[in-house]
Each structure stands twice: as C-alpha cells, then as structure tokens.
Write a protein that binds this ligand. Structure first.
Ligand code: ZN
Length: 112
C-alpha cells in the first residue's frame, strides 16, 4: 500500500465519522421548537454553536472529498498553487492540505 492509499483509508474513516456527526447535528437542529416561548428563545441560542459545528463539519467533509478525489486522480500531494510536491510531514499533519507550506503561508499572510 502506498502512503497515499493509507491516507485515503484514514480520510474515508474520518469522512464516515464526520458525515454521521453532521447528520446528528442536522437532526438536532431540525427538531421542532417548543411551544413555550422562553424555551424557544433558549433553543435558538443553543442552536447557534450547533450550526457552527455543522458548518465546520461540512467544510471538513468538502476538504476530505477533495483530497480523496485528488488521491484518485493522482494529483494528491502536489501544491495547487506552485505545482511543487507537498512535504510528507505536512500531509501527515494536514492530510487535506492542497498547498505546500510555503504557498499556504503566503496565502495566509495575504488574507490577514
Ligand atoms: Zn506551493
């Protein structure tokens, strides 16, 4: 098994777990509101961190799907910005990375 295949296995396991978690959160968020108004207000407040978690989960699911597609088409481990290889240590730390450390750092400093 190549290292990319073992990363793919780990990513698929993570994807399954995340999908379940986001489904749970979604079910929780869709629960009908309580009739009692105060309870409703409390529910709405409670839902905010849940919605944020759901968003974060969905974002990670997207990144994992992209990484898996890149493993499939053979472009995994290549920086999308400069085309250089992404360091294996970086992929081990951030398996969904699409940029090398240099480009990711440049993007980050441009954003801030
Ligand atoms: Zn790069």
């Amino acid at each position: 098994m190549t290292s990319h295949q073992s990363i793919a296995l780990a990513l698929r396991a993570r994807l399954d777990e995340l999908t379940r978690r986001v489904d749970d959160l979604e079910a929780e968020l869709r629960q009908p509101l309580d009739a009692d108004f105060e309870e409703q207000a409390a529910d709405l407040q409670d839902d905010e961190p849940l919605a944020a978690l759901e968003d974060a989960g969905r974002g990670e699911i997207q990144r994992i799907r992209m990484a898996l597609a890149r493993i499939d088409d053979g472009s995994y481990g290549t920086c999308v910005t400069c085309g250089e290889g992404i360091a294996p240590a970086r992929l081990a730390a951030v398996p969904t990375a699409v940029q090398c450390a240099g480009c990711a750092g440049a993007t980050k400093s441009k954003r801030t």
